[in-house]
Design a protein around this ligand. Structure first.
Ligand code: HEC
Ligand code: HEC
Length: 290
């Protein structure tokens, strides 16, 4: 079969190789764009997502990457917890104004409607409309946290709870739901040495395990899970071990059902909702933008 291109008069005068190159590069670009579309999850509104996706690919992906996970010229805006915490309005504003001093152009000229479709697509890349969505029951999560899951034995939220683990009142400001889930099911990942479990065996045969709050060559101040502090002289100890594992139970993935876990994650993710208005201020502070 012969394929004949019907060309406008001005084009017929051009040398064929150049014309072929133009057409070939055009088809290649279309093919790339189609291929890219193949495996992405789309959110609730397919038309808006498709428009947003096309706009995102043509306007944002050269710097932030097709998947938003960053490139040579710009940061990850898909999995970054700081960016995930921003409201849609905050994101609209960042895209509208850009961060010109740092290489992010302003997209004001596009108009708000197009900006919103790109931000909506960014949410898809972030997983907000896709698989990572948290659909737990927040109040049930709260009950689990302060009840049967025993989280509050060690963690405080807004002045309520224990002292051994970090206060989680503001944890969701800088951690996405996925980060929260990981911290619960895999407490030994990224564990800082300060969070090692320390076990002291005294000469009279007793054993104390907790977190070292202070330690020098002669003494050790140990905080045990009940929150109390014990000042121990090393000369009184038969043995002392530092184990690089967290005091936080590492079996929550099996102890909690999938639904329990969703509920606890939703609860923690919701804890600072009241102050979310501060997200853009946090973003500006974190990025040093005025
Ligand atoms: C020419 C390259 C370039 C293009 C095109 C671009 N950006 Fe950026 N963007 C950047 C750079 C560089 C930064 C980092 C600015 C800084 O250091 O604070 C940034 C930052 C951001 C941030 C804040 C990220 C953070 O971690 O603080 C968001 C959100 C963002 N861009 C969204 C977009 C969207 C949406 C588009 C498409 C409409 C886009 N950008 C197009 C270069 C670009
Ligand atoms: C026996 C005490 C204990 C219990 C019970 C416990 N944790 Fe923890 N948790 C810790 C300690 C200690 C750390 C800090 C060291 C680490 O990251 O493992 C921690 C870390 C965390 C972190 C990360 C905090 C940060 O700043 O990095 C989260 C989130 C968390 N716990 C949530 C929970 C939830 C939710 C539960 C209940 C399902 C729970 N924990 C039960 C002791 C506990």
């Amino acid at each position: 079969m012969k394929i004949r291109f019907v060309l406008p008069r001005f084009a017929r005068k051009r040398p064929v190789p150049l014309l072929f190159a133009i057409l070939a590069s055009h088809f290649a670009a279309v093919a790339v764009a189609l291929n890219v579309g193949g495996d992405q999850r789309l959110g609730g509104n397919p038309t808006a997502s498709t428009q947003g996706k096309q706009a995102f690919i043509s306007r944002c992906s050269t710097c932030h990457g097709i998947d938003g996970r960053g490139g040579e010229h710009a940061p990850d805006i898909a999995t970054s917890a700081v960016v995930q915490q921003l409201s849609d309005a905050d994101l609209d504003a960042i895209v509208r104004n850009g961060v010109p001093s740092r290489g992010m152009p302003s997209f004001q000229a596009l108009g708000l409607a197009e900006i919103k479709t790109m931000v909506a697509y960014l949410r898809v890349l972030q997983g907000r409309n896709g698989a990572v969505k948290v659909n737990g029951n927040t109040s049930r999560g709260r009950e689990l946290f302060f009840g049967p899951a025993h989280c509050s034995d060690c963690h405080m939220i807004r002045g309520e709870g224990g002292f051994l683990g970090p206060d989680l009142s503001d944890y969701s400001r800088s951690h996405s739901p996925e980060n929260i889930r990981q911290a619960i099911v895999n407490p030994n990942r990224d564990l800082s040495p300060k969070a090692d479990t320390v076990t002291a065996f005294t000469r009279d045969g007793s054993k104390l395990a907790g977190v070292a709050r202070n330690e020098d060559n002669f003494s050790l101040q140990l905080q045990t899970p009940d929150g109390s502090f014990h000042l121990l002289m090393k000369s009184d100890l038969a043995a002392l071990s530092h184990d690089h594992h967290s005091l936080m139970p590492s079996d929550y993935a099996s102890r909690l059902s999938a639904r329990d876990l969703d509920d606890v994650v939703s609860f923690l993710a919701s804890v600072c909702t009241g102050s979310r208005g501060g997200a853009i201020t946090d973003w500006k502070a974190a990025r040093g933008v005025n």
